[in-house]
Design a protein around this ligand. Structure first.
Ligand code: HEM
Length: 158
């Protein structure tokens, strides 16, 4: 159950960041100013879901790791999550809020383009980190399943 909550929160966070990234690129290329403003408002609102889902993924991941904190895959996941959280809170959230207010005032000049570029770079970094975490999570789950299966015959003997 805890593992399902963890995977759901992690995959939700990854999906939202990917959606923010692709919708920002698509609307910049094909949309008008109104469409850009709508997307920026939607992204700023969706932060209300993204921030808790990252926190839940991190906390549930730590709890799932009890007894194997020194395992290299887990240490790597922990480091990546710390970097992703820092990028999220220090880059993505401020960028999303600033872009939303600039778009609402129809200010699409150099400042908007610069902040949009920074947001896309931060988004790409976090998509990579969370995708690597999901891949390593699948490996960790497979290892847990193998350990559980090996334990069954031993338990049956006692
Ligand atoms: C937001 C970042 C994270 C994402 C996207 C993520 C994603 C995943 C996914 C998709 C799984 C596979 C679940 C399954 O196959 O049912 C998983 C498992 C796991 N994750 Fe994460 N994870 C994240 C952060 C963390 C952190 C910070 C830790 C601990 C330091 C962690 C520890 C684990 C462990 C131990 C498992 C295996 C659980 C088991 O034994 O079945 N994860 N993760």
């Amino acid at each position: 159950m805890k593992s399902r909550v963890h995977a759901a929160a992690g995959v939700l966070a990854l999906s939202l960041i990917t959606l923010f990234f692709t919708s920002s690129v698509v609307v910049e290329i094909f949309g008008d100013e109104h469409a850009v403003s709508t997307v920026k408002t939607a992204i700023a609102l969706a932060l209300i879901v993204l921030v808790p889902s990252m926190a839940i993924a991190g906390a549930s991941g730590r709890s799932l790791s009890s007894g194997r904190r020194r395992a290299p895959l887990i240490r790597r996941k922990q480091r990546r999550t710390a970097v992703a959280a820092a990028v999220g809170l220090l880059v993505l959230v401020p960028c999303a809020v600033t872009l939303q207010s600039l778009a609402a005032e129809r200010e699409f000049g150099t400042q908007f383009s610069l902040i949009q570029t920074v947001e896309l770079i931060g988004g790409a970094v976090n998509i990579t980190l969370l995708a690597l975490n999901a891949r390593d999570g699948r490996l960790l789950s497979a290892a847990s399943r193998r350990r559980r299966k090996q334990r069954v015959p031993a338990d049956a003997q006692s």
